[in-house]
Write a protein that binds this ligand. Structure first.
Ligand code: FE2
Length: 318
């Protein structure tokens, strides 16, 4: 189809008819449609991204060492101590005043180094935007949270999460465990893809037939300042609450864009990246908008086969 672009300062808009065409589709396809347009624009300007290799492409999860300086992580962790007062283990979302938001917004320039930008552009085949950020503390104890059982996040398939560790996470500390895309597909083939809360399990091998090779659990050891980067809708993962430690994380969520991420920041600032309510569903946002806004939670309706399989795009989308 013919897509027309309208230049809008440092941004590009897609013509209304094209946006309406894709927004008529289901939410995953609407986001995939926008993604393919972003890819075609990127390819036309820069050619096919260089083959960087790396674990983000091959298994869907990679580690970024020294994503931020360890001392910066410690400073933010101390500010979390002061901001949360009484925590609510296992997970406490940190309340953020305007100053805290602005400082986290500024931290994005450290997190999204040239190397990280290249990694994400290679993965998506396009530019990307920061869609949303969160700051939270994980501690041992409390009622097990649904995110501590194996799951995939119901969000646009291209979404990438960067979890910047402000505190170190060794084997006994709170952290996140992952399966590769390949093992996740094996589980999907056996009916375990996007389980409802009540159907989520802690031992993922139980979802495979007896005698099947157990999936390899990826649980990187991380120093303060390191980060994990992963495709949360494409990989099974779970939080682990450890044995007495605490983990402070700055979570940065990315989606495809027609222009580099910093164009949004120079034009709109960083305030829009911190969504106030508990509703944080990126899937229901309109991907053709210049700024994505929080939307009501996913309805739970069945999703398409290409989503279940963990593909980046539907068949026939490039
Ligand atoms: Fe998750």
């Amino acid at each position: 189809m013919k897509v027309d672009f309208i230049r809008d300062g440092d941004h590009l808009r897609v013509d209304d008819a094209t946006a309406a065409y894709f927004n008529e589709m289901d939410h995953h396809e609407a986001h995939a449609g926008y993604h393919t347009i972003c890819r075609s624009v990127y390819r036309a300007a820069k050619g096919v991204p260089p083959a960087l290799g790396g674990d983000l492409i091959s298994q869907g999860i990679d580690v970024i060492r020294n994503c931020i300086e360890p001392g910066t992580g410690a400073e933010f962790s101390a500010r979390i101590d002061a901001a949360i007062g009484q925590s609510t283990p296992p997970n406490t979302t940190v309340p953020l005043n305007d100053e805290f938001r602005a400082d986290l917004g500024a931290l994005l320039h450290q997190v999204l180094s040239d190397a990280v930008v290249a990694m994400v552009e290679h993965y998506m085949g396009s530019h990307f935007r920061v869609v949303q950020c969160q700051l939270y503390r994980t501690e041992t104890g409390g009622e097990p949270h649904v995110s501590f059982l194996w799951h995939r996040d119901m969000e646009p398939m291209a979404q990438v999460h960067i979890m910047v560790y402000l505190t170190a996470s060794g084997p006994d500390d709170p952290g996140t465990a992952f399966l590769s895309v390949e093992d996740t597909r094996r589980l999907a083939d056996n009916g375990y893809a996007f389980p409802q809360f009540a159907e989520r399990i802690a031992d993922v091998a139980q979802a495979l037939p007896p005698g099947a090779q157990a999936p390899k659990v990826i649980r990187p050891d991380l120093a303060a300042g390191d980060a994990t980067i992963f495709g949360a809708p494409r990989l099974l993962h779970r939080g682990v609450d450890g044995r007495g430690g605490k983990r402070d994380v700055f979570l940065v969520n990315l989606l495809p864009s027609l222009v580099p991420w910093h164009h949004d920041i120079s034009r709109f600032g960083t305030g829009h990246l911190f969504w106030d309510d508990a509703i944080s569903d990126t899937l229901l946002t309109d991907p053709f908008a210049l700024i994505l806004k929080p939307a009501p939670r996913f309805s739970g309706k069945p999703v398409s086969d290409w989503v279940i399989k963990g593909n980046l795009l539907p068949d026939g989308f490039d």
